[in-house]
Design a protein around this ligand. Structure first.
Ligand SMILES: NC(=O)c1ccc[n+]([C@@H]2O[C@H](COP(=O)([O-])OP(=O)(O)OC[C@H]3O[C@@H](n4cnc5c(N)ncnc54)[C@H](O)[C@@H]3O)[C@@H](O)[C@H]2O)c1
Ligand SMILES: [Zn+2]
Length: 353
């Protein structure tokens, strides 16, 4: 696999990644390197990562608590303090070694510390490899509302080392796979069809590469999400509201991001069949494929009402209207679609039938 070029940085895979990193460190002469981990990536990923790192520079490990509930400004404050106390300066480098929580939050901390220091993303979860670590969106949650505070700022490089997935929990792996299925739905019917046949124990390298190419291609054309990039939000308008709702309700039954997005994709596929021409066979194909992989979520009437009221907080709203990304067919998405409210309950009914 070759590396993938973006406008300002490169994404390197497997063996090439360490080579590229070591070269970069030689060239840049950073004053210090900070590696941000959570307790899981500290234990499972850091030893392997350090064994491949060739540098005489000072290394400091900063650990945050794992999990979405720690993707907060309070965690950032602790890390800004650590950076400051450990002698971080404008020539320091931050390496974010972890899932999307670590890369989102670490990217934001680095982008704001001393008005911005270099950072490198080393995604260790499937979701972070194919999605969160690419594209420059960084930030934190505000209460249960996701990603309300942040900046768009690109890393210096992204290093995708697929071996890290060996220690990732199966449920997490499946959650990340939902974003790959989304990549097929919004851009490529052949890719969607291919992914339907993949089992998660198979080697995922080729598909991870392909998903990153798809995401990168979209981001390159529209880095600040004015138009095209919005298609990456397919399944996310309702999906985020569902994720927030269950997180608020009870952390123990909370859904993982990809699990919530899988429900969102079925609901939004239904909306697509009513509003943007998605055919009945493709609609069934989407529902069937997703329900085969992601267990059906039970919604009470109160759950549905709560989800719909959360929709108004979705950051993709502009001028108070809820905008959706819908499918014309599998492989072709349209942005800025307004949806009559009565269709929401119908979509839930279709999901449940
Ligand atoms: N910036 C973006 O464009 C973007 C896109 C999609 C998602 N996101 C964000 O990404 C986050 C979700 O990312 P995630 O699913 O990676 O969550 P995560 O970072 O919480 O990781 C999931 C769990 O797996 C553990 N883990 C990660 N890699 C591991 C490994 N190799 N071995 C063992 N354990 C490992 C983590 O410690 C954590 O407990 C959300 O906050 C979401 O908003 C951002
Ligand atoms: Zn997502």
């Amino acid at each position: 696999m070759e590396s993938i070029l973006t406008e300002t940085y490169s994404i390197y895979f497997n063996e090439l990644a360490y080579e590229a990193l070591n070269q970069h460190l030689k060239k840049e002469r950073y004053s210090k390197i900070f590696i941000l981990v959570d307790e899981n990536t500290h234990r499972d990923c850091l030893p392997l990562f350090l064994s491949a790192l060739e540098t005489k520079l000072d290394l400091e490990i900063i650990e945050m608590e794992a999990g979405e509930m720690n993707k907060t400004i309070e965690t950032c404050i602790q890390i800004w303090h650590s950076l400051s106390e450990l002698g971080g300066d404008r020539r320091s480098l931050m390496i974010n070694l972890g899932g999307g929580v670590v890369t989102d939050l670490g990217g934001f901390v680095a982008s704001t510390f001393k008005r911005g220091i270099d950072f490198i993303n080393v995604p260790t979860s499937l979701l972070a490899m194919v999605d969160a670590s690419i594209g420059g969106k960084t930030g934190v949650d505000l209460g249960v509302l996701k990603n309300q505070v942040g900046v768009i700022n690109q890393p210096r490089m992204v290093l995708v080392m697929v071996d890290f997935l060996k220690t990732l929990d199966k449920r997490q792996l499946r959650s990340g796979f939902a974003e790959m299925l989304k990549h097929g739905l919004i851009t490529s019917e052949p890719y969607w069809s291919k992914l339907k046949e993949i089992r998660l124990q198979d080697s995922l390298d080729t598909y991870i590469f392909q998903s990153i190419e798809i995401k990168n291609e979209i981001v390159l054309q529209d880095p600040r999400e004015n138009n095209l990039r919005k298609i990456l939000n397919f399944g996310h308008t309702l999906g985020h509201a569902i994720e927030s709702h269950f997180l608020k309700k009870d952390e123990k039954t909370a859904l993982l991001h990809g699990e919530a997005i899988a429900v969102g994709m079925i609901l939004e596929a239904y909306l697509s069949s009513k509003l943007s021409g998605l055919g009945p066979h493709q609609l069934e194909d989407i529902k069937h494929t997703l329900l085969e992989r992601y267990k059906k979520v039970k919604f009470t009437e109160e759950d549905k009402e709560a989800v719909l009221s959360l929709l108004i907080f979705d950051k993709k709203n502009s001028h108070g209207l809820v905008n959706f990304v819908l499918l014309k067919c599998i492989g072709d998405a349209v942005i800025d679609q307004r949806v009559p409210h009565k269709l929401f309950m119908e979509a839930f009914a279709y999901y449940e039938e």
